[in-house]
Design a protein around this ligand. Structure first.
Ligand SMILES: CC(C)(COP(=O)(O)OP(=O)(O)OC[C@H]1O[C@@H](n2cnc3c(N)ncnc32)[C@H](O)[C@@H]1OP(=O)(O)O)[C@@H](O)C(=O)NCCC(=O)NCCS
Length: 180
């Protein structure tokens, strides 16, 4: 675990220009094809968790609070978006600490599931997520334009962590919005 780690929770609408610029650099560093003119890919998240070492941002994750329809049961979910850590600060437990914080906020506020799409499934499996393979429905957004509804399964990598009492169902997962 990272001893000196400070994690701030910031509402997306309240992020100031200096913080946005640092987050932008981190996103550029972490995701090769990330848009250069903004700090979100398709749409803004609800809030972010930002890991800091002094004034330097060392890691961040966006959290999208969303009601989803999972096989006709409504779930309160946190979508986990763009988790990343500065290259020089990796392997010190910062990403794990950000996920732990998202989990504890979710548990405190009656969130049923954390949901994400993973490139590295093993990383999340070790931290309590499991892969699911529901058929999905979502709003396709590209470059600030809506292009209609997509109905399909992800090839792989859709992962969930149960926080509440509700059981995950295997029928259609309707995102009721864009994917993250
Ligand atoms: C994926 C990513 C967020 C991980 O960040 P991180 O802060 O290095 O992650 P952690 O330190 O929590 O865990 C990484 C590994 O370091 C290990 N680790 C954690 N603390 C450690 C310590 N003190 N000493 C040695 N190893 C440690 C963890 O066990 C973990 O290994 P494991 O997955 O085999 O268990 C980071 O590599 C990244 O930003 N990648 C680019 C963007 C990306 O791919 N994001 C994920 C999108 S799905």
């Amino acid at each position: 675990m990272y001893d000196m780690l400070e994690i701030e929770q910031v509402d997306e609408y309240a992020i100031d220009a200096t913080t946005a610029s640092q987050i932008g650099q981190l996103l550029q560093e972490s995701f090769p094809a990330y848009p250069q003119d903004r700090i979100y890919f398709r749409q803004v998240p609800t809030f972010r968790l930002i890991a800091k070492s002094g004034d330097e941002i060392t890691g961040q994750v966006g959290i999208d609070f969303r009601i989803m329809n999972n096989d006709n049961q409504l779930l309160r979910t946190f979508g986990i978006v763009d988790l990343c850590v500065r290259e020089s600060a990796r392997h010190k437990g910062i990403a794990a600490a950000l996920l732990d914080r998202a989990e504890s906020i979710g548990r405190k506020h009656g969130i049923d599931f954390l949901i994400l799409w993973a490139q590295d499934k093993a990383f999340y499996e070790k931290r309590g997520f499991r892969e699911v393979s529901n058929p999905c429905r979502w709003l396709l957004i590209q470059n600030h334009q809506s292009h209609g509804l997509v109905h399909r399964r992800f090839g792989e990598g859709l992962m969930v962590m149960r926080l509440g009492k509700k059981e995950w169902q295997n029928g259609t997962l309707d995102y009721l919005g864009h994917i993250f």
